[in-house]
Design a protein around this ligand. Structure first.
Ligand SMILES: *[C@@H]1O[C@H](CO)[C@@H](O)[C@H](O)[C@H]1NC(C)=O
Ligand SMILES: *[C@@H]1O[C@H](CO)[C@@H](O)[C@H](O)[C@H]1NC(C)=O
Ligand SMILES: *[C@@H]1O[C@H](CO)[C@@H](O)[C@H](O)[C@H]1NC(C)=O
Ligand SMILES: *[C@@H]1O[C@H](CO)[C@@H](O)[C@H](O)[C@H]1NC(C)=O
Ligand SMILES: *[C@@H]1O[C@H](CO)[C@@H](O)[C@H](O)[C@H]1NC(C)=O
Length: 309
């Protein structure tokens, strides 16, 4: 006969309490051991610094089968201060898979845009192998990366290595008279990506770089309300290099192409009406080279026919 669930939970609670007391009494780092309340794992950890790297066990040597049941899933958590986003880099990957009759067992990495690591916040899944470099933009101060070792044999697959860096994350409605001065970061509509943007708002973001720089803005996601013509759009985005003359107006669901400022400044304006939708996410980065270089490049591109380049 099985014990009723509440008895099981109270027995578990007792066990945790007892092991906590044991750790508190007997170990100098008792408190941190106790608050973790689970045995330490051989892989995965929590990272809180501005940048970091992490990799599959043994990388770049082939990873082995998990030694314990716990280590079948390695979990890395990134936790940064509020107002920061995460730029994650994956330098290729190589995972094993096994096929038994009609079932395939794939090792894989999953990326989540919060620390809950839940299905609904999963944004990437990698299986098999690829040598391409991938950038994952996470407009959130927390992220979760899980490595699943589902295969049962030791193969010769190297796994993965990743790094991350903190970038600015501007999720408020505009910069309210001041400006953003960081070299790279995210601008997103209020509520993005978990809720739709509010009705009837005007948001203005100003990005200001050093006088020799230009700023590039890439729209990574763009979902405003459907409309026949941008002229009548209740919600739209305008962007330009000065606040007096916006160079482009974007609406509907067409992801805008990359915008490069003519000067060291970007104005981005977002207006909504009575409709609602997911909104937008943009990634900006100030140029490493002086603005003059890009102007020269742009003028060369207009002079030389495209098929020549
Ligand atoms: C990489 O994946 C392909 C299938 O996508 C597979 O045929 C190939 O064997 C894999 N390479 C390695 C080194 O596992
Ligand atoms: C994989 O290799 C490790 C180290 O050599 C060994 O401990 C482990 O038992 C191996 N696993 C299997 C399934 O053979
Ligand atoms: C914007 O700035 C003004 C003054 O600089 C301040 O009074 C106001 O509360 C700010 N609004 C928001 C939404 O932060
Ligand atoms: C947004 O701007 C319009 C004028 O373009 C103005 O009528 C409206 O009151 C503004 N809304 C807010 C919330 O500031
Ligand atoms: C444009 O910016 C200038 C200086 O930054 C400011 O004085 C002016 O009020 C702004 N104009 C608008 C329409 O926001």
């Amino acid at each position: 006969m099985e014990a009723p669930p509440n008895v099981v939970t109270s027995i578990m609670a007792m066990k945790i309490l007892l092991s906590c007391l044991l750790f508190l009494c007997c170990f100098p780092d008792g408190w941190s051991r106790c608050s973790r309340s689970r045995p330490p794992k051989a892989c995965g950890r929590t990272m809180t610094s501005n940048r970091g790297t992490f990799k599959s066990p043994g990388f770049p040597r082939p990873y082995l089968t998990a030694a314990t049941h716990e280590d079948k899933v390695c979990t890395w958590l990134i936790t940064l201060p509020y107002g920061q986003g995460i730029k994650l880099l994956l330098y290729g990957y190589d995972f094993a898979f096994e096929r038994f009759r009609y079932t395939a067992y794939m090792d894989e990495v999953q990326v989540f845009r919060d620390e809950m690591c839940g299905e609904e916040s999963r944004i990437r899944q990698y299986q098999g192998n690829d040598t391409e470099y991938d950038v994952i933009h996470i407009p959130s101060n927390t992220a979760c990366i899980k490595f699943f070792r589902r295969t049962t044999q030791n193969h010769s697959h190297t796994g993965f290595s990743m790094s991350y860096e903190a970038v600015d994350d501007n999720g408020e409605c505009g910069t309210n008279g001041s400006s953003i001065s960081s070299q790279e970061g995210y601008i997103r509509s209020p509520g993005y990506p978990t809720a739709s943007y509010p009705q009837h708002i005007n948001c203005t973001w100003v990005i200001q770089a050093a006088s020799s720089q230009t700023i590039q803005v890439d729209f990574l996601d763009f979902q405003l309300s459907y409309i026949y013509s941008c002229d009548f759009a209740p919600d739209f985005v305008q962007i330009g290099s000065t606040n007096r003359t916006y160079e482009f107006k974007y609406c509907d669901q067409d992801t805008p192409s990359t915008f490069t400022s003519k000067k060291n400044m970007v104005w981005l304006f977002f207006k909504t009406g009575r409709w609602r939708n997911r909104g937008f996410l943009a990634y900006y980065k100030a140029s490493l080279l002086p603005a003059a270089y890009y102007l020269l490049l742009a003028s060369l591109q207009t002079l030389i026919p495209e098929d020549f380049l």
